[in-house]
Design a protein around this ligand. Structure first.
Ligand SMILES: NC(=O)c1ccc[n+]([C@@H]2O[C@H](COP(=O)([O-])OP(=O)(O)OC[C@H]3O[C@@H](n4cnc5c(N)ncnc54)[C@H](OP(=O)(O)O)[C@@H]3O)[C@@H](O)[C@H]2O)c1
Ligand SMILES: [Zn+2]
Length: 322
């Protein structure tokens, strides 16, 4: 198949918009892409942070558009293991292990393009065709849904989210509010703190907030290296930290291992989300219970979108419109 896309030809270099050709199994279906989110994960790929990936690459796993005239979202893990498919059918939170699924925009050409091809199983029907809001919010909501399961978040739990003004954070904190968590949303910006407050969370611009507010039950760590050690100090004894992202891709040394030991803290990883979590996130965004924050760019403005995301000037998601 030949698509028009934004091609990553070498790591950390500008994308080139042009034609990209690749093979597709006969029984896969075509999706006409109308909106695709620029995930923090895409930036890690762009920087060369995923060592198994080699350019040229077509990124983009937050894909929404039309399949056969119907509005759809694309669940981004293309499952290649029957065993994983069975696990997913029986357990709503199950995700595939490495090697059991191929990720759209990583091991398979993704949605920074006018069209994308996937198995029919991966299509999820949308309640409406306001594609931009789904491209902005669904990945973030599904990500925190899965991470909340890992950390056994219950109503009333105090949960700290770092990187809370980003695409995952600002949508994820709304999910945590919906399940009854008391949310502390960390951003470095006072202006964004005000927006976060309007969503019913406690916005904090310093990770020492716990000295007045008390320690938290759970940390959702979206930033990684820059906040990890300070957010760990905010955890109560036997508190849980979920490491969801590490934006710089650099090692994260633990400064005070004694804290981890003496407080018997738990650290979990959270890598993805299940198809059922993705479907539930689509419903929450479709119903308006989660409000989307984003800025749109044409596909040929992709390099400007990356500049803005990298410089931290954006609130929520950059959404590309092929
Ligand atoms: N595991 C999963 O399932 C999964 C899924 C999606 C994404 N991720 C990962 O989650 C992370 C966040 O993704 P995203 O899409 O939300 O990224 P994003 O939209 O780029 O947001 C990142 C946020 O991090 C904050 N930040 C940036 N540099 C910082 C620094 N030096 N110190 C403190 N905070 C800093 C910024 O907040 P302020 O400027 O407001 O402080 C920014 O809003 C990425 O690492 C991504 O790979 C994981
Ligand atoms: Zn994403």
């Amino acid at each position: 198949m030949r698509v028009r896309g934004a091609i990553l030809e070498s790591f950390r270099a500008p994308f080139r918009v042009g034609e990209y050709e690749y093979q597709v199994p006969d029984d896969w279906v075509e999706v006409e892409v109308k909106a695709v989110g620029v995930c923090g994960r895409d930036l890690v790929v762009w920087k060369g942070g995923f060592r198994n990936l080699r350019p040229p690459l077509l990124l983009g796993h937050e894909v929404f558009g039309y399949a056969d005239g119907e509005p759809v979202g694309v669940y981004p893990a293309i499952v290649v293991s029957e065993e994983c498919r069975r696990r997913m059918d029986s357990d709503p939170g199950a995700v595939c292990n490495v090697g059991e699924a191929l990720v759209l925009g990583e091991q398979l050409p993704g949605g920074y393009a006018d069209r994308v091809y996937v198995p029919e199983w991966n299509l999820v029907r949308l309640p409406d065709d306001d594609f931009d809001k789904y491209a902005a919010a669904v990945c973030g909501v599904a990500t925190l849904m899965h991470a909340s399961r890992a950390a056994r978040v219950a109503a009333g739990d105090k949960v700290l989210v770092t990187g809370a003004s980003g695409g995952v954070g600002i949508h994820g904190v709304q999910y945590l509010r919906l399940i009854g968590a008391e949310v502390y949303a960390y951003t470095r910006s006072k202006e964004r703190a005000r927006v976060l407050e309007s969503l019913g969370v406690n916005a904090v611009t310093s990770l020492s907030f716990y000295r007045e507010a008390g320690r938290v039950d759970v940390v959702m760590e979206l930033v990684g290296k820059y906040t990890f050690n300070d957010s760990m100090r905010a955890l109560r004894p036997r508190g849980r930290m979920v490491l969801i992202g590490n934006i710089s891709g650099e090692p994260v040394p633990i400064e005070r291992p004694a804290l981890l030991v003496m407080r018997e803290l738990e650290i979990h990883g959270s890598a993805a989300f299940s198809k059922k979590e993705y479907e539930a996130a689509v419903r929450l965004v479709g119903s308006g219970l989660v409000k989307a924050f984003y800025k749109t760019f044409r596909l040929d403005e992709v390099n400007e979108a990356y500049r803005i995301v990298e410089s931290g000037e954006i609130l929520g998601r950059a959404v590309l419109k092929p």
